[in-house]
Design a protein around this ligand. Structure first.
Ligand code: HEC
Ligand code: HEC
Length: 219
């Protein structure tokens, strides 16, 4: 746990120039509440995804259904936290209702390890949304002190597994947009220390749409 804190703090200060203090405060709050879960085994997880296939596919990146997130290559710790949050109702996800009931803590850790081991999807941003999306993603929102997304989700959008920060690159823009709006309205409130709610609260619809498109094309 100590190592995670040290690495991530220096990671954050490396990438947030103007907003180091805001990110550091948020970060300290997050480290204080990191949960400890079982170790996952990807090979064992591959045997436990039968009920997930219809929506997420075997590589986690099936894109036939709207608003089903791509979970292949997603950071492991994040996947596991979401599964716990969804199973216990801390995160509302109507289509996922009952899907995790047959999985115990070890099963969920194995499934998280399995999907994390799959390739991250690749998407493409709409050209007209890149300028605004990139500015917000990399520079943050200086006037209101919101940290740059890149500080936590990494410059190329791959997230930071050790800290439980999710990857955003390659994600379905419609899903990302929905999640940012859900954080903004408080419908989604499972983010520790309100880290995403406090940021999304400052974003307009236009900014959310630009960010969702921009991050889908990041790699
Ligand atoms: C009926 C379709 C369906 C099935 C089956 C399903 N899911 Fe999901 N899953 C969803 C949807 C839709 C969401 C997004 C919920 C939301 O809007 O917040 C989701 C979200 C998730 C997330 C959160 C992803 C993120 O980026 O935050 C994880 C992890 C996940 N599912 C894992 C699983 C696993 C593991 C299984 C099998 C045990 C499974 N799902 C079965 C539809 C499904
Ligand atoms: C201080 C760190 C931090 C910053 C800065 C940050 N995020 Fe996040 N973000 C997180 C964490 C942690 C989560 C996971 C919350 C949870 O546990 O559900 C998250 C979740 C998300 C999700 C949901 C992913 C999914 O698969 O459901 C999206 C989308 C997102 N962030 C976008 C952004 C954008 C866009 C910005 C910049 C405007 C941003 N974040 C800034 C830490 C951060």
């Amino acid at each position: 746990m100590k190592n995670t804190a040290v690495n991530t703090t220096s990671f954050v200060s490396t990438f947030v120039s103007g907003t180091v203090s805001a990110a550091a405060i948020v970060f300290t709050a997050l480290v204080g509440s990191v949960q400890v879960f079982a170790q996952g085994d990807a090979a064992a997880g591959a045997e436990k995804i039968t009920v997930c296939l219809a929506c997420h596919g075997s590589d986690g990146n099936m894109s036939t259904l709207p608003n089903v997130p791509k979970i292949g290559g997603q950071t492991e710790k994040y996947l596991l936290k979401q599964m716990h949050d969804i199973k216990t109702g801390v995160r509302a996800a109507p289509l996922m209702t009952g899907m995790l009931n047959a999985l115990n803590d070890q099963d969920m850790a194995d499934v998280a390890a399995y999907y994390a081991s799959q390739p991250l999807a690749q998407g493409a941003a709409e050209p007209e949304k890149v300028a605004l999306g990139e500015t917000l993603y990399r520079a943050g929102i200086a006037e209101i002190g919101a940290a740059a997304c890149s500080a936590c989700h990494s410059p190329n959008g791959e997230g930071l597994s050790s800290a439980g920060y999710p990857a955003l690159s390659g994600q379905d823009p419609a899903y990302t947009e929905l999640q940012l709006k859900a954080f903004r309205s408080g419908m989604r409130n499972n983010d520790d220390a309100e880290v995403m709610r406090s940021i999304a609260a400052r974003l307009s619809d236009e900014e959310i749409a630009a960010l969702a498109s921009y991050v889908s094309g990041l790699r």
